[in-house]
Design a binder for this molecule. Sequence first.
Ligand code: SAH
Length: 386
Amino acid sequence: MPGIIIKPRSRIYHGHDWVYSSEILKTFGSPEPGEVITMKDYRDRPLGCAIYNPVSQIVARRISRRKQKLDAEFFGRRISQAINVRTSSDVDPQLCRLVWSESDALPGVIVDRYGDHLVLQTLTLAMEINKQLIIDALVDQLSPKSIILRNDSPMLKAEGIEPCIELVYGENPGAFIVTANDIQFEVDLLDGQKTGLYLDQLDAHASVAQWAKGKRVLDCFCNQGGFALACAKAGAESVTAVDISESASEATKRNAEINGLEINAIKANAFDFLKGCEDKYDVVILDPPSFTRNKKTLNDAMRGYKEIHLRGLKLLEDNGILSTFCCSHHASRELFLNNVVSASVDAKRTVRLIKNHNQRLDHPVLPAIPETEYLKGFTFQLTPSR
Ligand code: SAH
């Protein structure tokens, strides 16, 4: 089998599964892009098998510490292991991320389950080439009514894969309803702008809603209204939900209607909305998209967070609640926390940390692969002015 020899001090010696091009000492046997290769250390000791793509900065991603082929048995075993992880946690196995890439030792493979319907992403070349085996294993183990391939991630470019959204098994389900936290959401996995839900935030929706009863709530970057709906359902006095996307704002309105809840959904840039807002709130939620995809723009991203934190804090009354989330793994929990502290200093307010939030358990974190931990959030309560 062709392979690579990996330089000393590379991340793989610390439990990571990735090999960057700069970490390769030597390539032997002319491996093909998308092929399985063997990996060795600089003393010729085996480090397992990896999928290979020289087009990507991450040239090799380990799939096993032993010898391993990409065959039906492999995909069947890995997928069944991933399903077991979900069914043995308190995550709803009918509405969850069933397979999550490196965390399930299937680098680049993501499978989300919406009841009888699955959404598949194959974001690495080897997995894209072998997607039929993955589809077969999913059909075999879950008997879904449909599988939709939704390869539209920006990650594809780095792997040299063409974006593609298509039905790869069964019949197009069209728009249908899923229930999370006792709230109904309309999703349309193939054609819709509203696509799936942010499954990683479902626990946080319920958690933040505990402070909403009788309160005036502002949900910024609301997408389909996950936080807003949970707060309205929990008995908020009023809920305003802001998103820059027309389709997200429409979806929030539609979901509110379906659930018989009242939400004031506004299509606006949250930065402008927060700047011009003259109303006061008791609960402010900030859940923006990742402001950075790399280390280079991290400082700019942190300036963006600081601005929304500062403006969010200014809209809050005494004892008000600020829930804020960051989904970029480049910004550490500590950096993000310090950002809120710095905003609170500028706003001349004191915040008390009342809750730490994490990505839901169906997005398992492997501490040896820091990139698997990306979502962090905090809920603060403002102390009375001092
Ligand atoms: N809170 C949601 C997920 C938010 S995803 C949930 O828990 O389900 C981020 C959202 O921010 C997307 O819907 C995107 O349309 C929106 N967005 C991006 N930039 C924005 C901006 N400048 N102002 C308002 N919304 C924005």
